[in-house]
Design a protein around this ligand. Structure first.
Ligand SMILES: CC(C)(COP(=O)(O)OP(=O)(O)OC[C@H]1O[C@@H](n2cnc3c(N)ncnc32)[C@H](O)[C@@H]1OP(=O)(O)O)[C@@H](O)C(=O)NCCC(=O)NCCS
Length: 160
């Protein structure tokens, strides 16, 4: 699947909100004001994957908090999963967080979200701790972190 990662534009908002609604159970999905709130927080940015015909298969919202970057959400539409969109979005967000001075990236994911846990582990994240009752409805969260060492996205630096 061919796509590029670009900056969020205001006209994307409804599409991103609909993707979020489709990606999460009603008790976890953001309302429009919640999504707008997270996207507008100080240090927050949103990156969008854009495929052919301006189709948007996914997006990521992240936030730079001094030395700790935070992935707020990463959402890929069902039809586009396992094609590398999530990985490309996460790597682009990590690079941007690293450039903003983050040494670590942290995120929360529901303990029962096996796909996300496998995805994050595959991208180099480790489980830091469990937070009981983190989500509305009482669902527990795993806090996962990754050190961004050496170069953006934690990749090995070129030798020359
Ligand atoms: C989690 C999510 C973002 C992954 O996005 P994606 O575009 O499918 O991920 P990628 O194609 O880049 O996957 C990269 C690697 O992660 C791992 N991975 C991703 N999804 C996986 C799954 N369902 N099961 C096992 N491993 C998985 C695989 O190793 C995969 O590589 P491979 O396909 O070559 O085996 C996507 O499933 C999603 O949007 N889910 C719903 C929303 C969500 O839960 N977001 C996380 C919020 S906490």
């Amino acid at each position: 699947m061919s796509f590029r990662i670009r900056q969020f534009e205001k006209t994307d908002f409804d599409t991103l909100w609909q993707i979020d609604q489709a990606c999460f159970d009603p008790q976890l999905a953001y309302s429009r004001p919640e999504l707008a709130f997270y996207m507008r927080r100080p240090g927050a940015f949103t990156l969008v994957a854009e495929g052919e015909g301006s189709n948007v298969p996914g997006f990521v919202v992240a936030e730079a908090r001094r030395k700790i970057g935070h992935i707020i959400t990463i959402d890929v539409v069902q039809e586009a999963r396992r094609t590398g969109v999530g990985k490309a979005l996460l790597e682009a967000a990590e690079q941007r967080l690293f450039a903003a001075g983050a040494a670590t990236v942290a995120l929360e994911t529901p303990v029962n979200n096996e796909a996300a846990i496998r995805f994050y582990k595959q991208q180099g994240y480790f489980v830091e701790k469990t937070v009981a009752g983190y989500y509305s409805g009482g669902l527990d969260a795993l806090v996962m972190t990754k050190e961004l060492v050496g170069s953006p996205a934690g990749q090995a630096a070129p030798r020359d």
